[in-house]
Write a protein that binds this ligand. Structure first.
Ligand code: NAD
Ligand code: ZN
Length: 382
């Protein structure tokens, strides 16, 4: 289906059709240079406050500031430490106070310049400050460009778990500058790629087939690859997310499909202590393979799609066997209790996103925990 290159010009625009909360995702190399111009057009006279982390600030803050200055947009910035721990009550308070110190008013704009951590934190601060400020997402990781910057979920972690405190707050614009990914460590890029592949696997078989053939160009990116493969992959992934979000903004149904691989994946992340021993996207890769293999075991998959998926994810260098990750030397009971704590469990029954083939995910309710346990036990022994 969606295999023809979406990208015919320097910039691809993917609209997110949410009525009064509609916005564009613009994708292209060097786009950050336009951030000032675009904000001035959307919100004449607005000042901007950039929220970013130390790692991103060292590499890209000056470029963003210069782009704002060139369009006469006054700006200030707040730099937070990198890492998941930054999605905390303490940092939320810090960011809110600094935004108030910078005299950010109702008509001004917050720019989230960073990965998913900065996007979630700055987006949530914008959602609650002065009862709601506009936020522009400028995602700087592959994961953030195809996932966290789109769809309006914002928030922080609590001692009770990840992402438990937050709000839906759609951005007014998403600017995905693919050149920013040139400074991203290879391992982070690979982890984000698991979420890219996810969109093909959940609803667009043609896109997955294209990725199998073109992934190397997606990784290389830029003029050296002589193609727009990276931009194309990000645009197709964003289009997939945008259409699901437009139909189910608050996850009452279809949006749950975006959790393909995430019920297993979250248990693996938790087992590895939410540490850099297993990045989120790596856990998702493992989780996707599990979702396919478990679907196969339930007789839902007629062909060797599970093998094909594992083969591709392994080819790009993602973990596909639990034994690939030393931090996952655990047992089935531990994993089951972690799955049980996941928020996708409803009243003792397990909900999983399963598949009837590549590109055909669905929400499976009432999955028997005993079957899951048996499956995990086998997976652990391989
Ligand atoms: N809101 C949503 O819908 C949604 C969806 C998926 C994930 N998330 C959240 O996203 C977070 C994970 O996001 P992430 O994977 O982007 O992690 P991240 O924001 O922690 O970024 C990963 C690392 O890369 C660094 N980095 C970022 N951009 C860089 C660049 N261009 N060059 C060099 N280094 C760079 C960061 O400093 C950080 O150390 C999690 O907190 C997760 O809960 C949210
Ligand atoms: Zn994810």
């Amino acid at each position: 289906m969606m295999t023809a290159p979406l990208r015919t010009s320097e910039i691809t625009t993917v609209p997110v059709a949410l009525g009064t909360r509609a916005y564009d995702i613009a994708i292209g190399r060097g786009l950050v240079a336009e951030v000032g111009k675009r904000i001035a057009a959307l919100k004449p006279g607005a000042s901007a406050a950039i929220v970013t982390d130390e790692t991103v600030a060292a590499r890209h803050l000056k470029t963003a500031e210069a782009a704002l200055a060139a369009a006469n947009v006054r700006s200030s910035f707040i730099v937070v430490p990198p890492g998941e721990k930054t999605k905390s009550w303490q940092m939320l308070e810090h960011v809110c106070d600094r935004l108030l110190d910078a005299r950010i008013e109702r008509n001004d704009v917050v720019i989230a310049l960073g990965g998913g951590v900065v996007g979630d934190l700055a987006g949530f601060a914008a959602a609650i400050l002065r009862r709601g400020l506009d936020v522009v997402q400028v995602p700087t990781t592959l994961l953030a460009q195809v996932d966290s910057s789109v769809g309006g979920k914002t928030g922080i972690n609590s001692r009770h778990g990840k992402n438990l405190v937050g709000a839906f707050h759609q951005p007014v614009l998403v600017l995905a500058d693919t050149a920013l990914l040139d400074t991203l460590p290879a391992r982070e890029f690979r982890a984000g790629y698991a979420e890219v592949a996810k969109y093909g696997l959940l609803g667009d078989a043609g896109f997955f087939t294209w990725l199998e053939a073109s992934w190397q160009d997606v990784f290389t990116g830029g003029s050296s690859s002589g193609s727009f493969a990276r931009e194309h992959a990000i645009a197709i992934a964003c289009r997939g997310k945008a259409s699901i979000v437009a139909r189910d903004e608050r996850e009452t149904g279809e949006r749950a499909l975006l959790n393909l691989g995430h019920t297993f994946g979250h248990a693996f992340e938790a087992a590895a202590g939410f540490s850099d021993k297993l990045l989120h996207g790596e856990a998702v890769a493992l989780g996707i393979v599990c979702a396919f293999e478990f679907s196969s075991r339930l007789g839902l998959l007629p062909t060797n799609d599970a093998g094909r998926v594992a083969h591709h994810l392994a080819a790009v260098g993602l973990p596909t066997r639990l034994s690939d990750v030393p931090a996952l030397r655990t047992d089935a009971d531990t994993l089951m209790s972690l799955i049980g704590q996941d928020k996708k469990v409803q009243r003792g029954k397990l909900n999983f996103i399963l598949v009837r083939g590549i590109g055909h995910a669905f929400v499976a309710r009432d999955i028997d925990p005993a079957q899951v346990r048996e499956f995990l036990q086998e997976k652990l022994s391989r």
